[in-house]
Design a protein around this ligand. Structure first.
Ligand code: SF4
Length: 87
């Protein structure tokens, strides 16, 4: 697949005052400059948007209610990022 172009825009992020954009998916709250990847290496800032770099490659990528997860008392009502890649 072509890399880093026409990646699908991701949800759950917002701009912050210093010009970075902050991911809202998990408690790491990554704040990204243009071209930076988040700590998970799944989400990346490109052209002032958050994109998913594993789209089309991961075996599964979804936002589930956190109650589905074993850590169901961690952040009740919040979202949890789930993904797997080949292997
Ligand atoms: S680690 Fe990934 S999902 Fe978590 S806040 Fe950073 S970019 Fe978002």
């Amino acid at each position: 697949m072509p890399h880093n172009h026409n990646q699908p825009p991701a949800r759950y992020w917002h701009p912050v005052a210093d010009g970075r954009i902050q991911c809202d998916v998990c408690p790491r709250d990554c704040k990204l400059h243009e071209g930076q990847r988040g700590a998970c290496f799944v989400r990346m800032r490109e052209h002032d948007e958050m994109v998913l770099t594993t789209y089309g490659r991961s075996s599964g990528f979804c936002i589930d209610p956190i109650e589905k997860k074993p850590r169901n008392h961690y952040f009740p009502g919040s979202s949890v990022l789930s993904f797997g890649t080949a292997g």
